[in-house]
Structures are given as C-alpha cells and as structure tokens.
Design a protein around this ligand. Structure first.
Ligand code: BEZ
Length: 218
C-alpha cells in the first residue's frame, strides 16, 4: 500500500523557526508568537483525552511543572479533541487524583496545529496526533524534536534532561556527552584550527582521550 504523505508532509525540523498559530486552549485563545516571551516552550501533543497512557503523561507534565519553570520554560499541550473534552478531562483527573493540568492544552479539533508541526502521522493514525515534543528556545527556534508512537509513553526525566542539556550547552559553548546530567563533565568543542588543536593537546583538562575528545568541569 502506498504510504500516506501529501498534506501531512510538513515536518518542522531542528533549526527551523517554530510555525506561528492562534489556537483555542484551556487557558483561552493563544497566539503562539506572543506566548511565553523570553522563555523556552515545551510544546507537546498527546493522542486523545480520557485515555490511559495520555493521562499518565499529562499528569507527569503537571506534577513536574515546577522543574520546567525553574528552567525558564512554559508547557503547552495539544490534542485533536474539543475544548469541552479537554475541560472535562482536566476536571476529571483533578477530581480523581488531585493532579491539575495547569498549563494550556490546545483544542486542535480542525488539526491545524497538528499538521503545521507534523504531529499527525497518518500511517500511525489519521485522527490522533502522535506523542511529539518540540523544544523551542526564546527566539522561537526549534532546538530538539521527539516523536513517540501511540502505544509508548514518554520519559519525563529525559525531557527535562534534554532541556537542561540544551540550555547548559548554549550558556557555555560546550557539547553534552552520552547520558549527560547536571554536574557531569562537558565536552570541549573539537578544534577548528591548528592553534585550537595544540591547545587541546597541551591544555590541562581533567579528562582527555585525545585532542578531539576533551572534557572539562563547569
Ligand atoms: C493512551 O493514551 O492510552 C492511548 C491513546 C491512543 C491510542 C492508544 C493509547
């Protein structure tokens, strides 16, 4: 069978400006370009309200909202459900578990935003968004993208770790090694000229495999 691509083939990529949109959310109508000025945004989709995996994920975002705030980051969710469904689900989870989804959730009933962000991947589902996560920096540039299928929930530790890795990398002009977490050594960028090459060879670094793999403490 031919794979479905047309109409759904917009996939914003790392380095692209985040597409702008205006949408109805659980916190009122929001124009994305005016949302969270000078902050990072984690924009994520879930397949459907009142479903089990999505409820665990949304609860995870809600319970760790303070950690996102500490990283100067606002959350924004999305699914292809009506605002009425969103409101009922938010209220239901609050009543059942005490967890309150206190961030905007887009009611993308016309699929406008899902299509703009490549969240609707029709060979997985034609009617539900996949589990996407867009990490968007304060200049509204997309810096990291995750896509998960309908049947596997995301990992909140990894979402927070990746967000912090991006921010620490930006702030210090360094790269982050495998499994980097706060407090670990970071990678000094590989040399781009002979002077830098010599500096990496001669420099006093706590960890050096060779000139191209040098780590330092921050
Ligand atoms: C869930 O969140 O449990 C779910 C949603 C859509 C399809 C499959 C699972």
């Amino acid at each position: 069978m031919e794979q479905e691509t047309k109409e759904f083939n917009i996939m914003p990529r790392i380095g692209d400006q985040a597409p702008d949109f205006e949408a109805v959310t659980t916190k009122g109508t929001i124009k994305f370009s005016e949302f969270a000025k000078d902050k990072w945004v984690v924009l994520f989709s879930h397949p459907a309200d009142f479903t089990p995996v999505c409820t665990t994920e949304m609860s995870g975002f809600a319970q760790r909202k303070g950690e996102f705030e500490a990283l100067n980051t606002e959350l924004m969710g999305l699914s292809i459900d009506s605002i009425h469904s969103h409101l009922a689900w938010v209220n239901n989870v609050k009543q059942n578990t005490g967890v309150y989804f206190d961030f905007p959730i887009i009611a993308d009933i016309d699929m406008k935003v899902s299509k703009l962000y490549g969240m609707l991947q029709p060979n997985e589902s034609e009617t539900a968004a996949v589990r996407a996560v867009f990490f968007i920096d304060p200049s509204k540039k997309i810096r990291l993208v995750m896509y998960y299928p309908l049947n596997v929930g995301r990992n909140m530790d990894e979402i927070l770790r990746a967000l912090e890795a991006l921010q620490v990398s930006d702030a210090n002009g360094v790269a982050m090694p495998l499994n980097w977490k706060k407090g670990d050594r970071v990678i000094v960028p590989p040399p781009k000229n002979l002077d830098e090459l010599q500096e990496r060879i001669d420099g006093d670094y706590p960890e050096k495999i060779d000139f191209y793999l040098v780590k330092k403490d921050l």
